[in-house]
Design a protein around this ligand. Sequence first.
Ligand code: XBP
Ligand code: MG
Length: 234
Amino acid sequence: MTIKAIIFDVDGTLADTEDGHRKSFNKAFAENGLDWHWDVALYDKLLKVTGGKERIKYFVSDFLTGYERPSDFDEFVKHLHKVKTGHYTTMLREGAIPLRPGIKQLIEDAYQAGIKLAIATTTTAENVTALLEVGLGKDWEKYFAANGCGDIVPHKKPAPDIYLWVLDKLSLKAEDCIALEDSNNGLRSALAAGIKTYVTTNPYTHRQDFIDAAAVLDDLSDLPAFYRLTGLQI
Ligand code: XBP
Ligand code: MG
């Protein structure tokens, strides 16, 4: 079976971004007079919920006691998230978070070989642009035949929505594609869309359950081995 497309998760897969997200949330909280602080251990638990706005709401409902929600709570969360996104994209544009080993080469190799590339992420589109403009260059969009981000689908990972949206954009069947993910939520999302999924772990996810993954790797530093493993014709 010839693989016609590779669909990439972003956070944790293209780059080790989660700690950058965490620090940016904390900056936004402090600037808004909140004494909320997400340390690594807490953030590890909060990653159970994907999407920044959804994660803030999960924190408020499950981890905070005695917090009185303002009447415009939804708007307040949107505001906090917007401030967070500003800090996060500034961090990316300063080059603080590089692409993970092998990622740039894989994207260039696959593109040259005529394999379609796509993004399926829960993160905000601005974040993807900032990460990839620095990592791949100003013309990064030329590599991707579909770019599925954030709020364009009603249900974020682990729901399959974002992968189904991408398959539709690519006009390909699930069995023509492989997905690359780093988390259990991401793996479940891609599998629920019927896509064979490879996992590269990172410090936040390496203890998660990847039993149904096609393979689990530390990273893609050995691309020839990855091409042999997947059968990618590159
Ligand atoms: C990872 C996520 C995101 C980011 C925060 O998504 O769960 O919520 O942590 O991004 P993926 P936003 O691995 O699917 O890219 O604050 O922009 O939502
Ligand atoms: Mg991820």
